[in-house]
Design a binder for this molecule. Structure first.
Ligand code: PHE
Length: 490
């Protein structure tokens, strides 16, 4: 209806001057006329200018002034044409409200000079305020300045906002009737393309966000580590047991039974089942022997080794427990060199803070072969970490019960401008390897690091609780980059 009326009207006329009057004359709803104009304008059938108007009504005070004149006018009128009058006399003569407002407005308008005595500075004034208020009452438009002054004096209030269009004219694509546009490239449309108008592509439009799953940063970084291990020829160890016996977690690793890490302050022990069901007895006997009295060139700890202590179940504190099981398995057959890795969860009874959680993920690499040296360990670490973008490494002597020598690994972080500790490493002791039955000349080099630490650096996260656990920021998980390689690029 409205569309036909507008396009039809423009066929014979230059313009629609005012959409409101047009609607009224053609018996159309103005809202509908506006919508049609907007849409025709978008397709350049027509051009139009937005027209906005505000309607005001008089407040009670405004109505009073419109009927009786403004207080400043009455104040002025009360001042004699010649000579002066005292303020006291004026106050007595005038209504208190008129006196109050008039004595402020009249001097402001420079109608009167005021001290103790009041005199006129002009002979004749016009009551503009009254005139403007009458105009508003009649529905006439006022300039912005006048409206502002009346609004400021609270004589008028906004009652209605009106919007419409003016100067509605033919546009570049004007036609007396809107042609529906072909939107799809179907066989029929392509065959009739000459008769059709095709809808323009909006190549700047954003596509619908694709609703899909998102990988957590830890999973992404884990994938990057896994790829590096595979590139370097490592195979994955089975890490599917969070519950481990103290035997495999500590004793098999030649960790003394008095070691503080074996305290319940550091380790989560299980209540039920509190002990392991079975251990391989002959191997247990060899482990007991090496702890108590040594062997393979070692003096041992010279302390009683208790089976009950080894039987205690716990949540594994490191994935080196998995490595010890794997090496034991490897020792059963004829020796073949191996490269193993694992990435999985470990648990420690630690106070939770910005950088520590009671559970986290460990990455571990193990290489066993005959005659390996510390030089091999350093070489493997250099190779491994440079694939992560960390090629500047430093090593610091350290202590682990199961490795000798042991080294902490540091990498220079260009962003943080300092050396950061990134892992721990060493060569497994003969006290660990020989009771398993590995040949004397077999050496095992190994290293471990957390998955969280590099992930936090790569994804610029400074609170581990945002990365892992119930406070994870899902928005970040959805929006963070697909992958990040190279610690210095962070
Ligand atoms: N198990 C060590 C840790 O938890 C890491 C490590 C693994 C050290 C292998 C040396 C050799 O920190």
């Amino acid at each position: 209806m409205a569309e036909e009326a507008i396009l039809g009207f423009l066929q014979n006329n230059d313009e629609i001057a005012h959409s409101g009057y047009f609607a009224a004359e053609h018996n159309l709803d103005h809202e509908e006329v506006k919508n049609v104009i907007k849409s025709l304008q978008a397709f350049r059938y027509i051009e139009a200018k937005v027209l906005k108007r505000e309607f005001y009504g008089l407040t009670d005070e405004g109505k009073k002034y419109a009927a009786e004149g403004s207080p400043e006018f009455h104040f002025f009128s009360a001042v004699p044409e010649e000579g002066t009058i005292s303020m006291d006399d004026l106050q007595r003569m005038l209504d208190p409200f008129v006196f109050d407002v008039g004595s402020k407005q009249a001097p402001k308008k420079k109608w009167v000079a005021m001290g103790q005595q009041v005199s006129r500075t002009v002979q004749h004034v016009e009551d503009k305020v009254k005139e403007m208020l009458l105009q508003i009452q009649q529905g006439l438009e006022l300039d912005q300045e006048s409206l502002k002054s009346l609004k400021y004096r609270k004589l008028i209030i906004l009652t209605e906002k009106w919007s419409g269009y003016s100067e509605v004219k033919k546009g570049a694509n004007y036609a007396p009737e809107r042609r529906s546009l072909a939107t799809d490239l179907t066989r029929e449309n392509l065959q009739n393309w000459q008769e059709l108008d095709f809808k323009e592509y909006n190549v700047n439009a954003k596509g619908q966000p694709v609703d899909s799953g998102h990988l957590h940063p830890l999973l992404k970084v884990r994938k990057q580590f896994k790829d590096i291990f595979y590139q370097m020829g490592f195979e994955e160890m089975p890490t599917n047991n969070f519950v481990e016996s103290s035997f495999w977690n500590f004793d098999a690793l030649f960790q003394p039974q008095q070691h503080p890490a074996r305290d319940s302050h550091d380790t989560f022990f299980l209540k039920a089942p509190s002990t392991t069901r079975e251990l391989t007895e002959d191997y247990v006997a060899r482990v007991k022997q090496v702890h108590e009295s040594g062997g393979f060139g070692s003096r041992g700890y010279n302390c009683e080794w208790k089976r009950e202590e080894a039987n205690k179940n716990l949540l594994r504190t490191h994935t080196t427990a998995v490595s010890s099981r794997m090496l034991y398995e490897l020792a059963k057959g004829p020796f073949t060199p191996k490269k193993y890795y694992s990435i999985d969860r470990v648990f420690r009874n630690e106070a939770v803070d910005k950088t520590h959680l009671a559970e986290f993920h460990q990455i571990e690499g193990v290489v066993c072969d005959r005659g390996l040296t510390l030089g091999d360990l350093i070489g493997v670490l250099q190779e491994f970490f440079s694939r992560l973008g960390m090629s500047e490494l430093r090593f610091k002597p350290a202590y682990n019960p199961y490795t000798e020598p042991s080294m902490e690994i540091f990498s220079y972080h260009a962003g943080l401008e300092k050396w950061v500790e990134i892992g721990n490493s060493g060569m497994f002791r003969p006290e660990m390897l020989r009771p398993m039955g590995l040949p004397e000349d077999v050496r095992v080099i190994a290293w471990g690091l957390s998955l969280e630490r590099p992930t936090m650096i790569l994804y610029e996260c400074d609170n581990i609780r945002e990365l892992f656990g119930h406070k994870v920021d899902l928005k970040k998980v959805k929006e963070n980059p697909l992958c990040r390689i190279g610690i210095e690029s962070s």
